[in-house]
Design a protein around this ligand. Structure first.
Ligand code: UGA
Length: 452
């Protein structure tokens, strides 16, 4: 099929290369000249495992342009995957989505059938607004063409985006007309039936069963997206709240997670206690859900509480440092990891950013390391006195404490004794329960995890 994808961020670009890999003819559209220039040279502008390899492989099946009207004119499927940044009131800003829809409406050709898919995470009801934008524009242009409007939310995780695209748990399609469902079924058929040859670096997991296609109305599809993300935040905040009590009573939250997660009704994933959730999705989506609820005069207490617990987790780390060092002013704290989770260069809403600001606010000196995200963090923390260290061991030089914020795989091979030797005080606050406490003790550290 001919597919035009508007927006080449994490979701858009992953979809571009995955659809091209499945032998669809794909055009990616973006307004950012820097991104386009990289993509035209065959270079991925984002750090996402496997994307570069697939880009190298898909060749002619994908091209990139800033000419939206040309890209969509002959497309069967047009996907909108532009950003929906948070507004001041917490609501997600759908104006880029609506603007993309407006431009799409100007480029649609008469007497054709299109399926227009909203992939961005949008405020509930956006599909209806997009439908209005399109209908009005077509009637002004006096163009008659058939357009099926679908909501097709994305559940991919950064760092695992291709895995989530090729081997999803389900595909959700919210569309009124059956022809729209059929168009998307055709698009996703190789995934739904798993008929494609897996990329060499991404084999199909044994026991993976075919993903169901969930067809529903657009509003329910929009709600599924928010409810899924919010439920995951509840799970994490719940285990973090339990972790706090574990510390008081002397239980180990990692044991508790295992003990409850093996109950299939609960499930093991997203029960890792730590310093909380961040990133460009969970904080934004929970805020947007609360904002929508607010519009209806409806309160969502559990969601509100999950956010509060999440904020508290970050503060607790600073308090742990304070309890170990007594006074933070003038101390040197080394931060291990700046991204909101490993395998991404994304520092948006990353706990490290808040922890660093809080430490600087209390007069501490901060040194920070990350395997890939220093340039991004530098931008976000501009104006703050943070010493970024490329060499993780130098991070420890003269430090009074280290805080593990992001569980990068490479930190597993750290020589804790060597780090300890370089420090003033051997204090290790492990915000992700990443290290084995006995290893840290053996290296002479005062070790503090979360909930154990
Ligand atoms: C999340 C969802 O998992 C995806 O399904 C969704 O498509 C995406 O948002 C989105 O809306 O675009 P992502 O933001 O990439 O994906 O990150 P996750 O892997 O879900 O992790 C989010 C945060 O939760 C991270 O800061 C992570 O460290 C934290 N987390 C995760 C925990 O603290 N404990 C856990 O057990 C799991």
């Amino acid at each position: 099929m001919r597919v035009a994808i508007i927006g080449t961020g994490y979701v858009g670009l992953t979809t571009c290369v995955a659809m091209a890999y499945l032998n669809h003819e794909v055009v990616g559209v973006d307004v950012d000249p820097k991104k386009l220039e990289a993509l035209r040279r065959g270079k991925s502008p984002i750090h996402e495992p496997g994307i570069q390899k697939l880009l190298d492989q898909v060749g002619e099946n994908v091209c990139f342009t800033d000419k939206l009207a040309d890209a969509i004119a002959n497309a069967d499927i047009i996907m909108i995957a532009v950003g929906t940044p948070p507004k001041r009131d917490g609501d997600a800003d759908a104006s880029y989505v609506e603007e993309a829809a407006r431009q799409v409406a100007q480029g649609l050709q008469p007497k054709r059938t299109y399926t227009l898919v909203v992939k961005s995470t949008v405020p509930i009801g956006t599909n209806r607004r997009v439908a209005n934008v399109i209908t009005r524009a077509l009637s002004e242009r006096q163009v008659k063409t058939k357009i099926h409007l679908a909501s097709n939310p994305e559940f991919l995780q950064e760092g695992l985006a291709l895995r989530g695209t090729f081997y999803p748990d389900r595909i959700v399609v919210g569309v009124e007309e059956s022809e729209g469902v059929e168009a998307l079924r055709r698009l996703y058929r190789p995934i739904l039936e798993q008929t494609f040859e897996p990329p060499s670096f991404l084999p199909r997991r044994e026991g993976y069963s075919l993903p169901p296609l969930i067809t529903t109305d657009p509003t329910s599809a929009e709600m599924i997206k928010y409810a899924a993300n919010t439920f995951l935040t509840l799970k994490i905040s719940f285990i973090n709240e339990i972790a706090g009590l574990c510390e008081k009573v002397g239980a180990d939250v990692t044991e508790v997670s295992r003990g409850i997660g093996l109950d299939t009704r609960i499930g093991q994933r997203f029960l890792e206690a730590g310093l909380g959730w961040g990133g460009s999705c969970f904080p934004k989506d929970t805020a947007a859900l609360l904002s929508v609820a607010g519009e209806y005069g409806y309160t969502m207490q559990i969601v509100q509480a999950a956010r509060e617990v999440n904020w508290r987790q970050r503060q607790l780390i600073v308090e742990k440092l304070q309890s170990a060092l007594k006074i933070l002013r003038g101390r040197t704290i080394g931060i291990l990891g700046l991204t909101f989770k490993p395998n991404t260069d994304d520092v948006r809403e990353a706990p490290a950013m808040d922890i660093i600001r809080a430490l600087i606010g209390r007069g501490a000196h901060v040194q920070a390391h990350d395997p890939i995200a220093i340039p991004h963090a530098r931008k976000l923390l501009k104006g703050l006195d943070v010493a970024f260290e490329e060499d993780v061991y130098r991070l420890a030089d003269g430090a009074d404490a280290l805080v593990l914020v992001t569980g990068w795989e490479t930190y597993h091979s750290l020589d804790l004794a060597e780090l300890g030797k370089r420090m003033n005080n051997r204090v290790l606050v492990d915000g992700r329960n990443f290290f084995v406490p006995d290893d840290a003790h053996a290296a002479g550290f005062v070790y503090m995890g979360v909930g154990r």
